[in-house]
Design a protein around this ligand. Structure first.
Ligand code: ATP
Ligand code: MG
Length: 291
């Protein structure tokens, strides 16, 4: 059974969508079947993978409204083992349309249930709000991955997210875990970044991912080409960092007994071996790119 990871932080512009797209693409490049679900009316994950606006297309809006099944909503992408359930701006209306609906927080969970056997990872890109859309994602998820920018006020607002996760655990989804916290747009060289990293390590302990994502122009450019960074420029620091992050999460899943652990037995935690694997995935992506 696959593992469902919600990429969430109610703060805007912290790198949720960049993380969701590139992590999902890196899982797929590591040859595990992966589904990316765009849960944000802004539809940035959808357009970032090259899908232009299409009001006729079945989307996550239809899933939440019970108007389509997950099977009907998923579409293939340019990457062989990556599928997406796209979003549409109508999704913003679902917040209101579902206000009085039965089981309104469970719509996404129910829609994804029949797909869980087919994908080792299902990655959910959340909007920058703790609204019903994010709630649906957190109820559907096994774990939450929290992207944070390495800046002075990084921890501000995080207690609200952690409180929400705690409330969901107490009621709607007792199994919800924290996958990790990943530092995005991180500049290793500055004192401030190092201070923030230390502060986050003190706060989150081993939940802080070892992999950090640097500020990298290729990550910002890739969506306008409709590609994940590992197809746009597989050798870029940005693409490599997300390959590393995927590898780190796969290794954690293998050791944790959580969903997705059975299928994933990537060997070795030695640093040099890890680098060889990152290299192999980047090289594979480069070959596909020039093919
Ligand atoms: P929102 O809250 O609006 O959904 P978000 O949290 O999904 O935003 P992104 O859209 O991923 O954030 O990123 C915000 C902006 O920062 C985008 O223009 C993106 O291209 C850019 N960006 C994200 N990560 C990086 C990075 N590591 N290096 C350079 N630019 C980045
Ligand atoms: Mg986003």
């Amino acid at each position: 059974m696959g593992r469902v990871i919600a990429v969430a932080n109610q703060k805007g512009g912290v790198g949720k969508t960049t993380t969701a797209i590139n992590l999902a693409a890196s899982f797929a490049a590591a040859e595990v079947n992966t589904l990316l679900v765009d849960c944000d009316p802004q539809s940035n994950a959808t357009s970032g993978l090259g899908f232009v606006k299409d009001p006729e297309r079945v989307s996550s809006y239809h899933l939440l409204m019970g108007a389509a099944t997950g099977e009907e909503a998923l579409i293939t992408t340019q990457l062989e083992q990556l599928w997406i359930i796209p979003s549409h701006k109508d999704l913003i209306g679902a917040n209101l349309e579902l206000v009085n609906a039965d089981g309104r927080e469970f719509r996404m969970r129910e829609a994804l249930a029949p797909l869980r056997d087919r994908f080792q990872f299902i990655v959910l890109d959340c909007p920058p709000a703790l609204d019903l859309l994010t709630l649906n994602a957190l109820v559907a998820a096994d774990t939450v991955l929290i992207p944070m920018q390495g800046e002075y006020f990084a921890l501000e607002g995080i207690s609200e997210l952690l409180d929400t996760i705690e409330r969901i655990r107490e009621g709607l989804n007792p199994e919800l875990g924290i996958e990790g916290v990943v530092l995005t747009m991180f500049d290793e060289r500055t004192n401030l970044s190092q201070q923030v990293k230390t502060e986050l390590t003190n706060f989150f302990g081993e939940k802080l991912c070892k992999t950090t994502v640097p500020r990298n122009i290729r990550l910002a450019e890739a969506p306008s080409h409709g590609k994940p960074a590992l197809m746009y420029d597989p050798r870029s620091k940005g693409a490599e960092s997300y390959i590393r992050l995927a590898k780190e999460l796969i290794e954690r899943a293998s050791g944790s007994g959580l969903p997705a652990s059975a299928e994933l037995t990537t060997g070795g935690t030695e640093e040099h071996r890890g680098d060889a694997e990152v290299e192999e995935i980047a090289a594979g992506a480069e070959m596909n790119k020039s093919a």
